[in-house]
Design a protein around this ligand. Structure first.
Ligand code: ZN
Length: 424
């Protein structure tokens, strides 16, 4: 099996278009009215209040990075806290007619997706799925005519598909009342996800067709079924949707052309097949699910101790961050089995490098493996094994000799870990 081809679902905009879109946003933000356009008056990620004390930890990318790990997330993406209204449309084609009921297709993703977001966000995101059209929406042209394939850009195929979807749904749907759109395509259109993953998200795309006065700018398309044949599809097959929606909220892909070897199963933006998993603490802060007082910013020289509780449980300090410069830093968090994390086989302290200047799909996050070439502690299907035991336990240290940084796990009591950071 060609695992590395499975996770190709990155949002596709050229760097040039991204820069243009940002400019357009700056000019038109005050005139926007609908929810799909996240100007200053909507509660998008950029509207989150940030403590100035954390300034050195708010790394950001430079121009030209189309989707960055930087904090805050730029405007244009969907809001990630409070009520999030998701429009779901199930579509089929004359050459791929829907098999079974459209609402059964919807049922492959709900209620699990909203539960996933509720758990991951500690209740801060109230994901509200809506499906005002209960039947398959039949597209006016056959699937084969849109030229949809892996890596297909928005133009012309997706633009034409979105135009047709809007035309068909518009009589029954007020697009201006939704924060994001999920297009759930009949699974018999296109190749099996085992061969080629077509699922894709176009995020912050203000060049998209307009419906009810707002551009359909944050839209996820889900194809086929991510069924690994292990019999767990009903439990885990929905996970492609929270991954795709992660892009809608501004999160980049963490897998690379080599697969999930940079982050493993520690974030759903790295691996969305197999056992349930969570998001990195960095992503939870970026999305506004962790408060600033839950982040411990180790920017000053010297030695500091940080008491970190498990990421899966709400409340308390969750993330220590050691900025290296204005674009990069090391993040430190505690991962245990709990919440959405079903596959954790070695609880402990996860240490990873975040680089806001590295684009989506090129490795913006790299997990440091405390036990290189160990083979890992799990054999679960579609879980990157080698990094499954990457966590650090009491007595172990991570050292970056070039930057003169040492991160040591001093002790652990009831899942609370004392981490000591020494930097010059
Ligand atoms: Zn993706």
């Amino acid at each position: 099996m060609q695992l590395s081809r499975r996770w190709i679902c990155r949002p596709r905009r050229s760097p040039l278009l991204a820069a243009l879109a940002a400019l357009v946003l700056a000019v038109t933000a005050t005139a926007s009215t609908g929810r799909l356009s996240t100007g200053p008056q909507t509660a998008g990620p950029a509207a989150l209040a940030r403590s100035t004390a954390l300034g050195p930890c708010m790394i950001s990318g430079t121009m030209g990075v189309q989707m960055s790990e930087g904090v805050p997330t730029p405007p244009g993406y969907a809001r990630s806290t409070g009520p999030v209204r998701a429009l779901n449309l199930m579509i089929d084609f004359s050459d791929a007619p829907g098999e079974g009921r459209a609402t059964d297709r919807l049922g492959e993703f709900f209620p699990q997706t909203q539960e996933w977001f509720r758990t991951a966000s500690y209740g801060r995101m109230d994901y509200q799925p809506h499906a005002p059209v209960k039947d398959w929406l039949r597209m006016p042209r056959p699937f084969s005519s849109y030229g949809i394939e892996r890596g297909a850009p928005f133009d012309p195929g997706y633009r034409e598909l979105v135009q047709d979807i809007v035309e068909k749904a518009d009589p029954e749907v007020d697009f201006s009342t939704y924060d994001l759109v999920n297009i759930l395509i009949t699974p018999n259109a296109g190749p099996s996800a085992l061969d080629t993953v077509l699922s894709v998200t176009f995020a912050g795309n203000h060049e998209a067709p307009v419906a009810d006065g707002v551009p359909v700018s944050n839209a996820s398309f889900v194809y086929s079924r991510q069924d690994d044949g292990s019999g767990s599809y009903r439990e885990t097959g929905f996970r492609v949707l929270p991954h795709e929606n992660g892009h809608v909220f501004g999160l980049p892909d963490l897998y690379t052309s080599d697969g999930g070897g940079a982050v493993g199963h520690w974030d759903i933006m790295s691996e969305d097949w197999g056992a349930n998993n969570d998001l990195l603490g960095w992503h939870k802060w970026k999305l506004g699910w962790l408060d600033d007082d839950q982040i411990s910013c180790a920017s000053d020289p010297g030695t500091t101790d940080h008491l970190l509780g498990p990421l899966a449980t709400p409340g308390g300090t969750k993330l220590a961050f050691i900025p290296l410069d204005e674009q990069t830093g090391y993040a430190v968090e505690v991962r245990t089995r709990g919440g959405n994390d079903d596959a954790v086989c070695k609880p402990g302290v996860l240490i990873y490098r975040v680089d806001a200047d590295v684009d989506t799909g090129h490795g913006p996050v790299t997990v440091s493996d405390s036990t290189r070439d160990s083979g890992g502690c799990t054999r679960r299907p579609n879980v990157h094994a080698e990094l499954s035991d990457a966590t650090y336990v009491p007595g172990q240290s991570f050292v970056d000799p070039d930057k003169d940084i040492r991160i040591s796990v001093v002790s652990a009591t009831d899942d609370t870990y004392r981490v000591r950071v020494t930097r010059s």
